[in-house]
Ligand binder design. Structure first.
Ligand SMILES: Cc1cc2nc3c(=O)[nH]c(=O)nc-3n(C[C@H](O)[C@H](O)[C@H](O)COP(=O)(O)O)c2cc1C
Ligand code: SF4
Ligand code: SF4
Length: 263
């Protein structure tokens, strides 16, 4: 098959998924394209892709599933037998049903999954005190992602067409339950300068900065993008139950996991 164009599409609040997709793309020697970022609520456009392009699509794993906002936004994509590489990035616990969910979603949207992968990214709840998968994806993950991109190109080049191509990925259907409803969000400490950066990175529009920072907790998906973005480190988790999850992950998920490729 002759592929003329490549696109990356991702949902990536703390940017590890974006890094992985870009590393995969670096191994695919096809005319590069930009990263189509579906992380923010402002990205509302529907997009169509043809059969002579390849799309790399990725999202983080939340509670063993895809984040609901990623699913919602990926539903705006439409393929026409477009080959797609499906990728999930998880915080060194498990990815459970997320990759299977992504496979089903892209097929419903008209794409043909030709390869899939799970990679490890620093856990969104990781802190300096209780690090979880700190520094992932690291240089070895990135080298693996690049080699995966090269393998995908070879696979597509050897195909007459994508009709009938199938890949097997782990996971169960019906899927496990995803994230439960949430009632807590990070808070901004008094030293906040009201710079507004946290508002600008929030994938759900949960934050409003005016003379104070107001966060609508029921909209918060606990992605931690606002915490990472705060230049003064005054956006923090105060909820004890949430902090305890971070400590448990630090204790239970210390052994580094490796990327898994399904090609
Ligand atoms: C609400 C939430 C739930 C998560 N659930 C899981 C999980 O089930 N398994 C896991 O290994 N990592 C889990 N993670 C960690 C993310 O998958 C991981 O940090 C990923 O690298 C984040 O991607 P991003 O940087 O593109 O936002 C979760 C993170 C968040 C915010
Ligand atoms: S308020 Fe919640 S959803 Fe918004 S960026 Fe912060 S953690 Fe993510
Ligand atoms: S990014 Fe930090 S300093 Fe800026 S408004 Fe948000 S909490 Fe305040």
């Amino acid at each position: 098959m002759n592929i003329r164009k490549m696109s990356m599409v991702g949902f990536s609040p703390t940017r590890t998924t974006k890094t992985v997709l870009e590393s995969i793309a670096s191994g695919m020697d096809i005319q590069a394209s930009t990263f189509i970022d579906m992380t923010l609520p402002t990205h509302a456009e529907a997009m169509c892709f043809g059969s002579e392009e390849v799309v790399i699509i990725g999202a983080p794993v939340y509670a063993g599933r895809l984040p609901v906002h990623a699913v919602e936004r990926f539903r705006k994509l439409k393929g026409e037998h477009t080959p797609v590489v499906i990728v999930v990035v998880y915080g060194n616990r498990e990815f459970e049903d997320a990759l299977l969910e992504l496979k089903h979603l892209v097929i419903e949207q008209g794409f043909v999954p030709v390869a899939g992968a799970s990679f490890i990214g620093e856990h969104s709840f990781s802190t300096a005190e209780f690090p979880v998968a700190q520094g992932r994806p690291d240089s070895s993950d990135m080298a693996c992602a690049k080699a995966f991109g090269e393998a995908v190109v070879s696979k597509i080049a050897a195909l007459e067409s994508v009709v009938g191509v199938e890949i097997d990925v782990p996971g169960n259907f019906p899927y496990k339950n995803g994230m439960p409803a949430n009632s807590v969000a990070p808070v901004s400490r008094v030293a906040c300068t009201l710079c507004g950066l946290c508002e600008s990175v929030c994938p759900t529009g949960a934050i409003e900065v005016s003379h104070e920072v107001v966060t609508e907790a029921s909209l918060c998906i606990r992605c931690c993008a606002c915490i990472r973005a705060c230049p003064h480190e005054v956006r923090v988790i105060e909820d004890e139950a949430w902090k305890a999850i971070g400590v448990r992950l630090y204790t239970n998920c210390a052994t580094p996991k490796m990327p898994q490729l399904f090609c």
